[in-house]
Write a protein that binds this ligand. Sequence first.
Ligand code: M6R
Length: 374
Amino acid sequence: MRGSFDHYMLKEIYEQPESLTSTMRGRIKKDEGTGRYEIHLGGVKSRLRDILSSSRIIFVACGSSYHACLAARQVVEELTDVPVSVELASDFNDRKCPLFRSDTCVFVSQSGETKDTLESLSYAKGADAVTVGVVNVVGSEISRQTSCGIHLNAGSEIGVASTKAYTSQIVALVMFALQLSHDRHSKDARRQEILAALHEMPYQIESSIKRIDEVTLRLAKSLEQSASILLSGRGFQFATCLEGALKIKEVSYTHTEGIHSGELKHGPLALIDDHMPVIFFAASDNTKGHIQSALQQVLARRSSGVFVIVCTEDDPDMLKYRGNMCELVEVPKTADCLQSIISILPMQLLSYHLAVYRGHNVDQPRHLAKSVTV
Ligand code: M6R
């Protein structure tokens, strides 16, 4: 089952070109005559009108699934013009947040069995909200109890750490936004840009994953003794730093924090010294100016130590940092709203290699279960 891989986690990281292809199979089609792409998500078509007339869309999830929702929120708002909020299922349940029949709640879960997410679903059903499930496991409780939904089709995920399910969740949520906006003429150019980039993505990952793996293997060696690591990003990459931090702490047992770059000056900058490894996510998008000023502020407060920038390939604004106390991890460039799918790869691999160096049980980290049903 693991083939030539030592662990399921590594196999599942490497499987992402296929799992993403599978998530998109039969749903994104290119008209060879016109060169235009079309989207067809059969599982939500019957409720499209209800969802689009909602006063808000609320994503509800836990852990990595919650981060996938954060990664997709901006593009769902952009393409639908419906306000979107993202809720941790446990907090949503504690607050019993006001909910109405004019709301659409989207429940995102790999297993489809997570207790807190299921509890939120039953609360939403009680309020008569439209319920949408985005799940990997066919026939799971969430997929059966929601009124419509999208299956990830990512294939079974055995490793406790979510990797291929996470990237498929982002793709599924972006496709959801594309489906909801399918007849919006004003969004047509943007939709075609995103659809073309989705089509290209499995090839981009396939052709770069080995190189990214080699870079992160070296990086893991230099971080092997670190007690703590800070990850920072903003915009679409805020989700990447939260998810990267979760991956690293979950399998390597290293304290890691994902911090919004806009928040550094509001406290976390005090943690910066020569011993604190820092990883920045610098995408080629509208956040770049802010990211550059944040990373300069961090660099100015150090004279040594591990400092890494995850950026898009051949970005001249980032290449200038190479060698100047910085290691660059370059990843293929894609549409801004999809960059988080590619930028998480080095963090998945880094967490894996750190865990292996430290001799941990990668596929079954201590105290954790694949599905949190109690
Ligand atoms: O099955 P779910 O997606 O509902 O699970 C939610 C979380 O328990 C899960 O994503 C967890 O955070 C991952 N193991 C993290 O890698």
